[in-house]
Structure formats: structure tokens, C-alpha cells
Write a protein that binds this ligand. Structure first.
Ligand code: PEP
Length: 253
């Protein structure tokens, strides 16, 4: 089996002012100073990217954004380009989070455009996929994932996808306290890897990191990470507190 380095990523959503973000990042850097086992990324709101980037410089914590717009520049009031994110210190960007799909009209087509823009500027795309509760209940999970992967990664070449990260986030588990069992997560991660294999071949399927997201906490991370196809976690609520998030990062200790 491929040796995939785990990634623990924190999505701060629309939480924290600049001073709050800086303080949380400072605490986190201290708490996980000894971490060498996993990659760590935090995605604060846009307004805090630059100050937080100063705090995490030289530490094991990388910076990500929660969204981007696909055009390089122009009259697009309120939008942020990939080059702007890079200049703000980002190396990762979350794309297609279910909250963006649900509240801001994100579709597989816009996800696809955003992945292309991110890759062009060497940002590592963390592409979110996942089914709603209704879709799971009507046994549509696999067909939903088929479509999200096929459309989201349409017209991308193998060479574009070397850094691709997929986050499987069942919508019914986000912010609800309901976690997928490790067995459910493994089943879907294995399926996603098989989709990548079918579309892009064995090498990418073996190397692509697939994160699980949905109410990850210090007390369930270990069990999830024991699954062979779970390569890390995208953490929302539990990433907002530095101590709680540090326990997730340090899950092996
Ligand atoms: C998320 O926002 O990506 C997420 C998984 O949230 P939570 O951990 O709060 O369920």
C-alpha cells in the first residue's frame, strides 16, 4: 500500500475576528510544536489569512483558504483569486464545501473551474464531496459521488491532479454530531479511490489523499484513522479550539 502522509485540516468557517484567529493559531503552533507525524492545515476566514500566515511561518501548520473564484482578476466584487490567496500565504484551498453548495450556489461545474484555477497557481485543492441524508436514505450515495467526481474533475489531466486531495464529507454528519462509523467511512473512501483508479489510473488512486469530514473529534479520530483508506480529516467545529484540535492532530500520541 502507498505511504500516504496523513493531513489534518481545520476549517474555521465564518468564525473568529483577526485577533481571535491570530490567538488561536498562536496557541495551536505551541501545542503541536512536536508534531512530525502528520501534515496540518488551518483555513481561517479570508480577513485573517495574512496575520495568521505570520504566526504559522516556520511551524508545521500550513495555511488554506475556504474558497476562491476561478478568474485571475477582474470586476468581480467580493471575490478572491488564487493568486491573491497565494500572496496571502496560502498553500491549500478548500473547494466545493457542502455549505457553499447549499447556500451559495456552488455546483460541480463551478467546482471544476475552481480546481483548475487553484492548480494553475500551485494551490493544493481540497475538494469536498458527499451525499445528503435524503440521498443516503434513498440509496443514491454512490451515484451522487460518481457525478461529483466525474463532473468536478472533468477535463483535468493526470498531471494536474498530483496534489489533489478529496474530502469525503457526508452532509448529514457535518456539524450534527453524527459521525459516519469508521466502517461507513472506509466503504466510501475505498469507493472514491476506485473511481479515481477508473478515471485516472492506479498510481493516482494509490497516492491521492482522501480525508474524512463530519463531526470529527478527539475521541473518534483514532478509530477513523485506523481505516486503510482514510488519510486524514477535515475538521470544522472541533478545529476552532486550539487544544481540542491539537488532540486531533496528536491522535497517535
Ligand atoms: C466541515 O465543516 O468540513 C466539517 C466537517 O464540520 P464539522 O467537523 O463541524 O462537522
Amino acid at each position: 500500500m502507498e505511504n500516504r502522509r496523513p493531513l489534518i485540516a481545520g476549517n474555521w468557517k465564518m468564525f473568529k475576528t483577526c485577533p481571535e484567529a491570530v490567538e488561536t493559531a498562536r496557541q495551536l503552533v505551541k501545542l503541536i510544536a512536536d508534531n512530525t507525524a502528520v501534515d496540518v492545515m488551518i483555513a481561517p476566514p479570508f480577513t485573517s489569512l495574512m496575520p495568521v500566515s505570520d504566526v504559522v511561518k516556520g511551524s508545521c501548520v500550513a495555511l488554506g483558504a475556504q474558497n476562491l473564484f476561478w478568474e485571475p482578476e477582474g470586476a468581480y466584487t467580493g471575490e478572491i483569486s488564487s493568486a491573491m490567496l497565494v500572496s496571502g500565504g496560502c498553500s491549500y484551498v478548500i473547494i466545493g464545501h457542502s455549505e457553499r453548495r447549499q447556500y451559495f450556489g456552488e455546483t460541480d461545474i463551478t467546482v471544476n473551474k475552481k480546481i483548475k484555477a487553484a492548480i494553475k497557481d500551485n494551490l493544493i485543492p481540497v475538494v469536498c464531496v458527499g451525499e445528503s441524508e435524503k440521498e443516503r436514505e434513498s440509496n443514491d450515495t454512490f451515484s451522487v459521488l460518481d457525478k461529483q467526481v466525474a463532473k468536478g474533475l472533468e477535463n483535468l489531466a493526470l498531471s494536474d491532479l498530483e496534489t489533489l486531495i478529496i474530502a469525503y464529507e457526508p452532509v448529514w454528519a457535518i456539524g450534527t454530531g453524527k459521525t459516519a462509523t469508521s466502517k461507513q467511512a472506509q466503504e466510501i473512501h475505498q469507493y472514491l479511490r476506485s473511481l479515481i483508479e477508473k478515471n485516472f489510473g492506479n498510481n493516482l488512486a494509490n497516492s491521492v489523499r482522501i480525508l474524512y469530514g463530519g463531526s470529527v473529534k478527539p475521541d473518534n479520530i483514532k478509530e477513523l484513522m485506523l481505516m486503510p483508506d482514510v488519510d486524514g480529516a477535515l475538521v470544522g467545529g472541533a478545529s476552532l479550539n486550539a487544544e481540542t484540535f491539537s488532540k486531533i492532530v496528536n491522535f497517535q500520541i
